[in-house]
Design a protein. Structure first.
Length: 122
């Protein structure tokens, strides 16, 4: 992670963030702990979901943090990579599915000319 785009996570930045909004920081930390605790979904599965979501949201801090947490919860490198592929498919699938918006915006089908026909008749 280069410093040009994202500051390196540090104790100094964490301390300042906490000082600027201590109650909210505390509430968020508690929320996060509860979300990632063992529940109906095992903690490892939750971390694999987080790895996938982090790739979709493209958060470098989340990618690194949740990848390491998934490893600590017992996820294998192959499981982590598979979760990333699921995220990639979902991102691509969303682009594909949203093509319906463009198709609808195009209106009713119209006579299409190929590029070569347009060049010779235009």
């Amino acid at each position: 992670m280069t410093h040009e785009f994202y500051p390196i996570s540090s104790a100094h930045l964490a301390k300042r963030r906490r000082a600027l909004a201590p109650e909210i920081e505390s509430a968020f930390a508690e929320f996060s702990q509860r979300v990632f605790a063992e529940g109906e979904l095992p903690a490892k599965v939750k971390e694999l979901i987080a790895v996938a979501v982090a790739h979709v949201t493209q958060c470098p801090y989340c990618i690194r943090g949740h990848t390491r947490r998934a490893q600590r919860r017992g996820a294998t490198d192959k499981e982590i990579m598979e979760a990333i592929w699921v995220a990639a498919e979902m991102r691509a699938g969303a682009a594909f599915a949203h093509s319906a918006l463009a198709i609808e915006a195009m209106g009713p089908p119209r006579a299409e000319q190929s590029t070569s026909e347009t060049a010779t008749t235009g």
